[in-house]
Write a protein that binds this ligand. Structure first.
Ligand code: XMP
Length: 516
């Protein structure tokens, strides 16, 4: 396995994802991980990430000395290379030429990492397209190192000490713009560090099944199943691991998408034989939401009511000692990365409620070590349908934040129909998976429409579709006009009480993805 020390680059998680894609397990830890912990982890190799700081400044992050003393292969990326150079006796200077973006590096010498690589036609030139993002650069290599790559503005773009198996690259192999990036990482973790590609969905499932069984024994486990990717994969996995010992509670809050509750029940309860209790709590949620129009207030009410309903259902079960949750790796590592203080912390500002602390359960979190793309692959390997595993995310408060202002059943019913038409047409036009999140929003304003000879004042539906990688920034999707037209016609013709459809052309920031 590989240890990745994080110096705060926004790309650090990408390094981990690439290494996992290659089939090798890795973990990400903050650069100040203790010597003890580093040794206890027993890595086969260590990767030092990039970072926003300058090694030429005084008290910036340093590589724990033990990293260079364990006899392991080390790969420094960007800041990681600079820190390695500075700490081993080389020189780093602040560059007057800032390189950012695409660059062309020339492969020098015949290192194990880059030797013979080329992404040019017929391999006629030893050039590589790479992604650079740095101000500082290494200006003198430490003793024992030789040149591995160069660019005109960055003569030492890569250095290698083959004897000690230390490598540094100024560019970012983890970014897809570096065309041969994955091959470079593959050479490092498999050829140089000698790791086997055993991290595959099937092996992960076997491993997790064993772990869950060891953790819970013959005890009973409870899971709040939402129908989202993470809790669905947990359900499928636990069902495989402990079968009847698992009970899921699915809370229908009346704010779900069209047919969602029935779909969850038929998939898990009927098809897979998972024990699922469906709590039909629509009336309770809608009563609590009556007269409330403040979005944060609505979120709170929905969150608290969820906990209450879940609690009541859980209370009816006997002898449950474990609570399963769909926590995934990014939820866990955020705290480690934020230790640098400088890290680009990607934190979703709203993870659903959380369960009350006085619940006397031990947690089962089988997906804790997995990235979202790994969770999805696991879902497929466990037999979940593609469309469910690759479904767009849906917020915990559901339609509650897509009906602006006060939530009413009448509005929710209209919105469900409109949303279903939009999603159906997106699928039909092969656009669903080209967007990251798409949905309809109910606007409680009356707008005029002429029907026959009469003027009718009816509600407005807005369509929202965005493209995003991390949901922190997003661009409105440039859907074809014909598609928007078809959706609009269908919504206005098929749904009573809707007179107008608009398309949201706001990007984030400043407009958020949801309307509330
Ligand atoms: P915004 O609207 O903040 O949304 O751009 C970013 C992502 O978060 C989702 N979202 C929520 N998820 N509870 C959730 O579980 C919420 O209250 C909530 N609000 C927004 C949103 O759907 C998008 O994917």
């Amino acid at each position: 396995k590989i240890l990745i020390l994080d110096f705060g680059s926004q790309y650090t998680q990408l390094i981990a994802r690439r290494v996992r894609e290659i089939g090798v397990y890795c973990e990400l830890h903050a650069f100040d991980m203790s010597e003890e912990d580093i040794k206890a982890f027993q890595p086969n190799a260590i990767i030092l990430s990039g970072g926003p700081e300058s090694v030429t400044a005084g008290d910036t992050p340093r590589v724990p000395q033990v990293v260079f003393e364990m006899g392991l292969p080390v790969l420094g990326v960007c800041y990681g290379m600079q820190a390695m150079a500075a700490q081993m006796g080389g020189q780093v200077s602040t560059s007057d030429h800032r390189e950012f973006g695409y660059a062309e590096v020339k492969v020098e010498g015949d290192s194990k990492l880059l030797g013979g690589l080329s992404d040019r036609h017929d391999n006629e030139a030893d050039l590589l397209d790479v992604w650079m993002s740095h101000g500082d650069k290494v200006t003198a290599m430490p003793e024992g190192f030789s040149l591995m790559a160069s660019t005109p503005s960055c003569p030492i773009a890569g250095m290698a000490d083959e004897k000690r198996r230390f490598y540094g690259v100024q560019f970012h192999p983890e970014v897809t713009h570096t065309l041969k990036g994955k091959e470079i990482l593959d050479r490092f973790v498999r050829t140089i560090a000698g790791c086997d590609g055993l991290w595959t969905s099937d092996n992960i499932i076997d491993d997790l099944v064993d772990k869950v069984r060891a953790q819970v024994g013959s005890a009973k486990v409870l899971l709040a199943l939402s129908g989202g990717v993470d809790s669905s994969v947990v359900a499928a996995l636990l069902h495989k691991a402990i079968g009847e010992q698992l009970t899921c509670v699915f809370v229908d809050n009346g704010l779900l998408r069209k047919n969602e509750g029935d779909m969850v029940m038929s998939m898990f309860a009927e098809n897979m034989g998972v024990k699922v209790i469906r709590a039909n709590a629509e009336d309770l949620f809608l009563t609590r939401l009556q007269g409330v129009s403040d979005p944060e207030q609505k979120r709170k009410i929905i969150g608290n009511t969820f906990i209450e309903v879940f609690d009541t259902e859980a209370g009816k079960l006997k002898d449950v000692n474990f609570l399963a949750q769909g926590t995934i790796y990014p939820d866990v590592i955020e705290s480690a990365a934020s230790k640098t203080g400088k890290a680009h912390v990607i934190k979703s500002h709203h993870n659903v409620g959380g369960l009350p602390e006085d619940m006397k359960f031990e947690l089962v979190e089988p997906l804790r070590e997995l990235f979202k793309d790994e969770v999805r692959k696991l879902g497929l390997a466990l037999g979940l349908p593609y469309d469910m595993v690759y479904r767009h995310p849906f917020p915990g408060p559901g339609l509650g934040v897509r009906i602006l202002g006060e939530v009413k059943k009448e509005y929710a019913d209209i919105l469900r129909e409109a949303d279903a038409i939009f999603i159906e047409e997106l699928h039909r036009a092969d656009w669903y998976h080209k967007t990251s999140q798409s949905f309809a929003v109910f606007l409680p304003v009356k707008s005029v429409g002429v029907v026959g000879d009469g003027r009718r004042y009816e509600w407005v539906i807005s369509l929202r579709a965005v493209e995003t990688v991390d949901f922190m920034t997003a661009r409105w999707a440039h859907l074809p006009y014909e598609l928007i037209e078809r959706v609009s016609n269908r919504i206005i013709n098929e749904i009573e009480h809707v007179s107008r459809v608009v398309y949201d052309v706001s990007s984030k920031p400043p407009a958020t993805i949801e309307w509330e």
